[in-house]
Structure formats: C-alpha cells, structure tokens
Design a binder for this molecule. Structure first.
Ligand SMILES: O=C(CO)COP(=O)(O)O
Ligand SMILES: O=C[C@H](O)COP(=O)(O)O
Ligand SMILES: [Zn+2]
Ligand SMILES: [Zn+2]
Length: 314
C-alpha cells in the first residue's frame, strides 16, 4: 500500500471510533518491529520521529536525518500491504519542521504549547499554511503535559490542562488537522505518583467542540511484565508507572485517535536486549543480539493495536 497522509488514517479512525498508535523510532530495528506488527495485525501504521531522533539519525545533520527517515519508511511503505505514514513529533524549531516537510514527511507537529495561547495559535497557523500548501497535515498541542496528582488543587489543573473553549477557537482559527489536548498525561516511564487518572470531562468537551481527530501524548502503559523482565536482567525502573489499559480504552471512547507511544517500545527493547546478552555472553553479531529485542517491541505494539481497536482497519 502507498505511503499515506496521516490525516487519512486519523480521519477514518475518528469517524469509526478507534485509535492508532503513533510509534517513535530512532533507528532501523524499531522500524522493522513496527512494520511487522502492522502487517500481522493488518493495522494502519503511524511512525514518528522526534527532532532529537532526526538529529541522531543524521549524525548531527538535520536534512540528512529527515531524508534518511523518509527513504527508510517509504522503502517499506511501498512494499507492504498496510498504509504507512511518517510524522514529525514535537516540532519546536521552524527549520526542523521545514526540513521534515521538504524531505517528504506525511505530517508534522508544531508544538508551541509552552507559549501563551495567542502565540501558540499564531505559530501553529503559520505552519498550517505552509504545510497545507504542499499536502502535509499538521498536529498542534494545547495545555501542558503534566500528570494530575491527587494533592494538587483544581485551580492548578486549570492552569495546565487544555481549556475546551480555547481548543474550539484554536482549531477554527488555525485549520490544524489534529490536536493534542493536555488532559493529565506526561512523557516517560514515571507518569503518576498515586493513582493514574485523566480528565475525561475535558476530553469529551474538546471532542464535541472541535470534532477533529485528537492525540494523546505520554500514552505509554509501561507494562508491568516488561518492567519485571528488564529488572530480572539487571535494570532498575523503580517507581515506573504508565497509563493503564482501561484508562486508554476510555480515552479512545471519548475521542482520542492517535496514541503516542515511545517509552513502551524502549522498555521492551531494553528488556529483550538485556535478556539476550545475559543468556548469550559469547554473541557479538548485532543482527542476532537485536533479535529478541525486536520481537518484544513487536509484541508490545500488536497488543496496543488490539487494545486501541485498529487491528484489521488497514
Ligand atoms: O508522547 C510521546 C511522544 O510524543 C511518547 O509518550 P511516552 O513517553 O508515554 O511513550
Ligand atoms: O515525546 C517525546 C518522545 O518520547 C521522543 O523523545 P526524544 O526527544 O528523547 O526522542
Ligand atoms: Zn509539548
Ligand atoms: Zn509527546
């Protein structure tokens, strides 16, 4: 199937009420695992790279990194039976967003969420105009990504979580294709100190008022079996906690269609790598010592595709 616009994948998901994981990569091995998972689940695939990933892949050169990712992803997209999109995650620098668009990314995120509302809106609008003129879709973010802690008063939530009325105004004025509303998640492996919770009322309102596909950042579940496995081979992930599966399912029910996932893949990979290296101390062929790691990443992705409802939606 062809390399597609992320918008096509997400509008179908929004209409039919399921979500697609957006999976971060930094190298070829994670791409293999994602492609294999998508084929086995017959699911649409969204691959994303951060600005840091582009720098890393290009060994310091942004243009080279962006081009490398586009050619890698396109080479697979052209020869697999499921749609594949490539997205720039958390674009914060104008030059990197432009390089991604020029290189041929399917979509870009402009993350100006650290600025006041008006500046976020202006920055986003500027990127939307450029990206849309060449058929690239755009994601933006409203609110700040922080966990909702039990001991934080409501007024403080108000300050960081998305304001649904602002979301409506933002979407109408920018023409953005999908929106990431902050509803209580955060990036990384340590999301909640107490019980995990998200602000579903806010999410419901944002969906009602905007009607566009919504994105959940910081959505990794940090599966306990993966954490335990990695720890049994020497890792230390004390206090790691993600978004539980039932909460993710609820988020999908209330309007989330793109579920950003990086940490879970990293955790699965390192667990597999540690296991293999411990059990095969004489091995030094990377094609062999990456194998178990890739296998675990693939399984984590397949489970997520099933949970989010995008299996057989290719
Ligand atoms: O939001 C993310 C990428 O944009 C990734 O979130 P996690 O750290 O929960 O995997
Ligand atoms: O949202 C952040 C992603 O997990 C990517 O993180 P990174 O900047 O370490 O590549
Ligand atoms: Zn952000
Ligand atoms: Zn994110």
């Amino acid at each position: 199937m062809p390399y597609v616009n992320t918008k096509d994948i997400l509008e179908k998901a929004s209409k039919e009420g399921y979500a697609v994981p957006a999976l971060n990569i930094n190298n070829l091995e994670f791409l293999h695992a994602i492609i294999d998972a998508g084929i086995e689940e017959n699911a649409p695939i969204i691959i994303e790279t951060s600005e840091g990933a582009i720098k890393y892949a290009g060994n310091g050169d942004i243009r080279r990194g962006a081009q490398l990712f586009v050619s890698m992803v396109r080479a697979f997209a052209n020869t697999v039976p499921v749609p594949v999109a490539l997205h720039l995650d958390h674009g914060k620098h104008f030059n990197i967003i432009m390089e991604a668009i020029k290189a041929g990314y399917s979509s870009v995120m402009i993350d100006a969420s650290e600025y006041p509302f008006e500046k976020n809106l202006e920055e986003t609008k500027k990127i939307v105009e450029i990206a849309h003129s060449v058929g690239v879709s755009v994601e933006a973010e409203l609110g700040r990504l922080v966990g909702i802690e039990d001991n934080v008063v409501v007024a403080e939530h108000e300050a960081v979580l998305v304001d649904p009325n602002e979301a409506k105004e933002f979407v109408e004025n920018t023409g953005v294709d999908f929106l990431a509303p902050a509803i209580g998640t955060s990036h990384g492996a340590f999301k909640f100190k107490g019980e995990a919770k998200l602000d579903f009322d806010r999410l419901k309102k944002v969906k009602e008022l905007t009607g566009i596909p919504l994105v959940l950042h910081g959505a990794s579940s940090v599966p306990e079996d993966i954490v335990k496995l990695a720890e049994s081979y020497g890792a230390n992930f004390k206090g790691a906690k993600g978004v539980p599966s039932d909460i993710l399912k609820k988020a999908v029910k209330f309007g989330i269609n793109k579920v950003n996932t990086d940490t879970d893949l990293r955790m699965a990979y390192v667990a597999g790598l540690r296991e293999f290296l411990t059990n095969n101390p004489g091995e030094f062929d990377p094609r062999k010592y990456f194998k178990t790691a890739k296998e675990y990443v693939k399984e984590v992705i397949k489970a997520r595709m099933r949970l989010l409802g995008c299996s057989n939606k290719a």
